[in-house]
Design a protein around this ligand. Structure first.
Ligand SMILES: *Cc1c(COP(=O)(O)O)cnc(C)c1O
Length: 361
């Protein structure tokens, strides 16, 4: 067995740093359901300022912030427009239908990137036969697009079009800060185009739990009511919000290191036999690649890597995802890269057999 595991499955696998644990230990607490918890209030104010919004609200997960955003903008029977591979449509159990009676209409983007021309004509006319198109949801960075940063100009155009046509706009900004660091476009500038924005604290930012939903005071007051309905009212949750506040204060700029580390992995994949970057460009902290059929299935190649100490996820039968984060160092990604190149070479030369029985994520 390898002496050490390098965990590249997701940027959610990080554990709180010592500094974050100290902040958690010292956080003043209260009952955030009866009235307020001072640490949650501090986090909500800090996040609202960062995102350039009037108000924000802390919730247990990104799924909840997204689903409550949909609920705040739509009524049962309403429809929202989104990219075909987005998280809201694919990875939240169709909660928009289960919990809010909504319909999603998907449009296929290129690595998650849509253009205005693709959206035009998708708003249904007012007619008793039809759903009502109410909302445009975008995702930045785009997870299934391989951490793709949405082009700012296109995003501006699409949101402008949405507002001109009476649609609200929501940003699934689970990894918005990766886009901020990659482009040097401030968070508030990205967010000004959206009525609501969700942001995960528990991904690359390194907090153990939690997400933020930001918007106007009116929308956030409504979101607070829905948060209770959805079971997300949490009492002395300043113990976790303290980690989120620490994350926003200390862990944004350092995302640049994760992006550089992802480039190191991408170069290893480019050099490896039977592997191909897909998408070919790495924008932020994710590296997706295809495994040639003659080499192994993606789940089996992932299982082989795991037995050599590199953990990753097979996200479809031919594709693997690597994600960098604050708990993997430059030295570790360099080693992971060497392991990937060596393993691909040994399997292709028949020196070792790929593992079998690997699992699809
Ligand atoms: C992780 C993620 C979410 C959901 O966050 P959870 O906290 O896991 O519920 C939403 N959108 C995107 C793009 C994500 O990557």
């Amino acid at each position: 067995m390898p002496q050490e595991t390098i965990d590249l499955r997701s940027d959610t696998v990080t554990v709180p740093s010592l500094g974050m644990r100290a902040a958690i230990a010292e956080a003043p607490l209260g009952d955030d359901v009866i009235d307020t918890d001072p640490t949650i209030a501090a986090l909500e104010e800090f996040a609202a300022n960062l995102l350039g919004k009037e108000a924000s609200i802390f919730m247990p997960s990104g799924t909840m912030t997204n689903q409550i955003a949909l609920r705040v903008h739509c009524l049962p029977g309403d429809e929202f427009l989104c990219e075909e591979n987005c998280h809201i449509f694919n990875y939240e159990q169709g909660a928009f239908a289960q919990l809010s009676g909504l319909v999603g209409r998907t449009v296929r983007g290129e690595y998650g990137v849509l253009s205005l021309a693709q959206l035009e004509g998708r708003i249904r006319p007012e007619n008793d036969h039809l759903t009502r198109t109410r909302l445009l949801c975008l995702e930045n960075t785009h997870n299934r697009g391989g951490g793709r940063v949405l082009p700012y100009e296109g995003l501006t155009e699409m949101c402008g079009w949405a507002h001109e046509n009476g649609l609200a706009t929501h940003l699934d900004g689970a990894r918005l800060m990766n886009a901020v660091v990659a482009t040097e476009i401030p968070a508030a500038q990205w967010c000004q185009h959206f009525d609501t924005v969700s942001l995960c604290l528990s991904k690359g930012l390194g907090a153990p739990v939690g997400s933020i939903l930001a918007g106007t005071q009116e929308k956030i007051t409504l979101a607070r009511r829905h948060r209770k309905l959805f079971g997300g009212g949490m009492r002395q949750a300043g113990v976790i919000a303290a980690g989120g506040l620490y994350a926003l204060q200390h862990n944004i700029e350092r995302l640049a290191e994760d992006h550089q580390n992802a480039l190191v992995l991408a170069n290893a994949v480019r050099a490896a036999e039977g592997l191909r970057l897909e998408p070919p460009r790495v924008d932020t902290n994710m590296v997706l690649f295809r495994v040639a059929q003659w080499l192994a299935t993606a789940p089996d190649f992932a299982a082989s890597l795991e037995s050599h100490g590199v953990r990753c996820l097979a996200i479809c039968p031919e594709q693997i995802r690597l994600v960098t984060h604050l708990d993997v160092s430059r030295e570790q990604v360099e080693r992971a890269g060497e392991i990937i190149v060596t393993l691909a070479e040994k399997i292709s030369q028949g020196e070792v057999k790929a593992a079998t029985g690997g699992e699809l994520y």
